[in-house]
Design a protein around this ligand. Structure first.
Ligand code: SF4
Length: 458
């Protein structure tokens, strides 16, 4: 009901954000840390921040998310959180026994100016960090950036602390995915394994936040990249960074630090982008494309062709994270759809705009950054009504208010399941995404058809 007060008249804003189309940096940093085996994410700030970051991930994955906090109170807010985190290290290693503690900062600790490298050095000199254990830290103030920036910053911290060059190159290829679902990470690994590529993926949240229920609680599930794999990543022959916004900085850092060259490509969503990923693996690893992948590709092409009359010309508006948006926009175009609006709360730079414009065409409205919020997205949708919205759970109010079908994509998805188990990347994931698009559009045709026009066969 409240949404009915969103005016249709668009006014460019320079300061105010209304219902941001993003979450805060530490959410992404926490998620990246969970993709490292036996790693405990630690939030250096108040309990409230940590509770929010954990609940965002718990609600999205419907699984408990382990993390610790420096538990700032009034004193720490004034004098800094050094004493809190030093005590926290003792408690965490004694009670929870992680191999790694991955600290991310918060708005509060960054505003105070806590110097994390100095604090970690002090913890080492005071023997607060047991032998063989590691503490890493990423700066993730949430008064700038988004969960995607936080994810990227934590992956950079992982590279900085673990990746080493021994001087001997291996034939391994590093795969660094942007902030995507564990199911998507599994699908990307499936492609590499199907072609017999020797790879190291990091971070890797598959089998961590989507593990099976077997009646046993595990503080550290079996998934996640190991410390040894991270160290070996410095000797790999190539890094393939999948999704520019979430991976460019860490791929560059790995190149600078260990001289591992990087290819930064788009997430493999749809035919063209998955072909590009498969071809890069094929040429750089010197392997052949497997029959299995050819069948998966053929099935996707078959359904795209068979069902084209239901997707062709349909108008779609999208909101989400830049790397996923690039993939979704390209796939929607492959299905013959028209892209009306592309909105992301994450500042993505001119290359993002150019890429979307190249794929979607001149007419598409593109907006990224702080003022690209849900309020603005609603205004756009009011001015030019799409047949379909692709976006996260927060779109449901707009979709309901305007009676526009919504397909939940991206982060966060609090009100449906499936995203952590079924991918949208690779040929198989794209086929699933296409199925969801078709189901949604065809359900709408069935719902709206006059009784005598309801078709049994479509
Ligand atoms: S205070 Fe900052 S870090 Fe904490 S939850 Fe809010 S935006 Fe996130």
């Amino acid at each position: 009901m409240l949404l009915r007060h969103t005016p249709e008249t668009l006014i460019e804003r320079s300061a105010l954000t209304i219902n941001p189309a993003k979450t805060c940096q530490p959410v992404g940093a926490m998620y990246a840390a969970l993709g490292i085996h036996k790693c405990m994410p630690h939030s250096h700030g108040s309990q409230g921040c940590c509770a929010y970051h954990r609940s965002a991930l718990t609600r999205h994955y419907k699984d408990p998310i382990m993390a610790t906090t420096s538990s700032f109170t009034e004193g720490a807010s004034v004098f800094g959180g050094q004493a809190n985190i030093l005590e926290a290290f003792t408690n965490i290693f004694t009670l929870y026994d992680p191999d790694i503690v991955a600290v991310h900062t918060t708005c509060l600790s960054e505003t105070i100016g806590d110097d994390m490298p100095q604090i970690i050095n002090k913890a080492i000199s005071e023997n607060k960090i047991p032998p063989g254990k590691t503490v890493i830290a990423a700066s993730t103030p949430s008064f700038k950036g988004s969960h995607v920036t936080g994810y990227s910053n934590m992956v950079s911290a992982i590279v900085k602390h673990f990746c080493k060059s021994s001087g001997k190159r291996t034939d391994a290829i590093n795969l660094i995915p942007s902030f995507i679902e564990p199911s998507d990470m599994s699908e990307i690994k499936h492609i590499a394994e199907s072609m017999g590529v020797n790879y190291i993926m990091f971070p890797d949240t598959s089998d961590v936040v989507n593990g099976p229920m077997d009646g046993k609680f595990r503080m550290y599930p079996k998934g996640g990249t190991t410390k040894e794999e991270l160290e070996a990543a410095g000797d790999s022959m190539l890094t393939i960074a999948l999704g520019r916004t979430g991976t460019l900085d860490c791929a560059k850092l790995l190149d600078t630090k260990c001289k591992v060259p990087a290819e930064v490509i788009d997430l493999p969503i749809g035919i063209e982008a998955t072909d590009a990923f498969v071809d890069l693996l094929r040429t750089r690893a010197g392997v052949s494309v497997s029959d299995e992948l050819l069948v998966e590709r053929g099935q996707l092409v078959d359904v795209l062709c068979d069902m084209n009359q239901y997707t062709y010309g349909k108008k779609v508006s999208l909101v989400g994270d830049p790397d996923i948006l690039v993939g979704l926009v390209r796939f929607c175009k492959e299905a013959g759809m028209e892209i009306l609006h592309v909105v992301t709360g994450t500042k993505a730079g001119p290359k993002f705009d150019r890429k979307i414009r190249e794929i979607a065409g001149e007419k598409t409205v593109i907006k990224a950054g702080a003022q690209a919020d849900m309020f603005y997205f609603h205004q756009l949708v009011q001015n030019d009504r799409p047949d379909l919205i692709l976006g996260n759970t927060y779109c449901k109010y707009i979709a309901r208010d305007m009676d526009i079908p919504l397909i939940r994509t991206g982060f966060p998805i609090y009100d449906r399941i499936g995203h952590s188990y079924f991918p949208i990347t690779g040929y198989r994931g794209s086929l699933r995404l296409l199925e969801k698009i078709l189901d949604t559009l065809m359900d709408r045709i069935d719902r709206d058809a006059a009784e005598e026009k309801v078709e049994l066969v479509m």
